[in-house]
Ligand binder design. Structure first.
Ligand code: TXD
Length: 317
């Protein structure tokens, strides 16, 4: 008899990110049932069988259910949405707007109908636009519709800091706010290695180089892979958010949240530090900003607003 909590997690999209989310969630025994749904026939069923057959070796008790039937996702506590096309080399995230907008609209209809109390974590790109669209289509309270980007972008920054300082990545804390795109805002003044300030460890030129590499982190992997985009770190980031919600862990994580005056913006989704627990976003944390970071956050907000307007022009919103 399973002794893990009676909870249901759905992962929409059984591609690279989605199947890795299901795997990580199972390894953490995050939910009794982990539903993996995709439109491609038999694929999620095959992945689920493969994952379930790893349970005997890994010792997890979650059961993965692979399906093409939206009804199997009903009554989910948390839904991670990864359905949609990834970037190809040379594409910007915004190039995915129209096609992924259609997919997100379709997925929202199923969630609204079958999982009206769920917390929804959007992963699909272009992230800030897709989470905006998801919220509009769902009509859920904003604290229950969150975008995943900041945890990933911060984790990338952490890795570069660990390499540059020669310190263990487990001691590195880094923060990246703003849009999930070229205008994202790495925050060096909030980066520490076990309390030691980053700028006391490396030169500001090195910090700028790492911040640039972080901004370009997704594209660097896209150009190496040739087809598709990153999936291991994105899945880790999405599952960390789901875990904080399902376990009511109150982790402070950078997430795309709907701003209501915070950071000088209203009605706009943007990456900001937030406390995530039962019910989703419990609180958005406002941190003091340098003039440079404030200006960069305004620029990032402008780029998100441009994409949101493009969705309106396409008739998606
Ligand atoms: O930081 C972030 N937010 C991101 C976002 C980091 C990495 C990847 N990011 C985006 O996630 C990426 O740009 C894509 O938009 C999504 C998914 O990336 P992934 O690499 O997993 O793409 P795949 O492997 O092509 O998988 C997408 C799956 C594929 O199996 C489709 O058949 C499925 O989505 N799909 C659907 N599933 C369910 N329902 C519908 N309607 C549907 N449409 C397509």
């Amino acid at each position: 008899m399973s002794n893990i909590p009676q909870r249901k997690l759905t992962v929409v999209g059984g591609g690279y990110v989605g199947s890795t989310c299901a795997h990580l969630a199972a390894l953490k025994d995050l939910a009794r049932e982990i539903v993996l749904i995709d439109v491609v026939e038999d694929r999620p069923q095959g992945i689920a069988l493969d994952l379930n057959q790893s349970a005997a070796v890994e010792g997890f008790q979650s059961e993965i259910i692979g399906t093409n039937d939206p009804e199997d996702t009903y009554d989910s506590d948390v839904v991670i949405v990864t359905a949609g096309l990834p970037r190809k080399p040379g594409m910007s995230r915004s190039d995915l707007l129209e096609v992924n907008g259609g997919i997100v609209t379709e997925v929202a209809a199923t969630i609204r109908r079958g999982s009206p109390d769920a917390v929804v974590i959007v992963v699909t790109n272009p992230l800030d636009s897709m989470v905006t669209l998801m919220r509009a289509q769902l009509g859920f309270p904003a604290q229950r519709v969150i975008g995943m980007a900041g945890v990933l972008d911060s984790a990338r920054f952490c890795w570069f800091i660990a390499k540059a300082t020669g310190c263990s990545v487990q001691d590195v804390d880094a923060m990246v706010l703003g849009a999930h795109g070229d205008s994202m805002v790495p925050m060096p003044t909030y980066c520490t290695v076990n309390g030691v300030h980053l700028l006391d460890l490396v030169s500001s030129d090195e910090v700028h180089a790492m911040a640039d590499r972080t901004r370009n982190g997704g594209a660097e992997i896209v150009s190496l892979l040739k087809t598709g985009s990153a999936w291991y770190a994105p899945a880790s980031a999405a599952v960390a958010m789901a875990e904080s919600v399902l376990n009511d862990a109150d982790r402070l994580l950078p997430c795309a949240c709907l701003l209501n005056g915070e950071y000088g913006h209203e009605g706009l989704y943007m990456g900001v530090p937030a406390i995530l627990g039962a019910g989703g976003v419990k609180k958005i944390i406002e941190v003091p900003l340098s003039n440079e970071s404030r200006a960069a956050l305004h620029r990032t907000a402008d780029s998100i607003a441009t994409d949101v307007q493009a969705m309106r022009d396409l008739g998606l919103l």
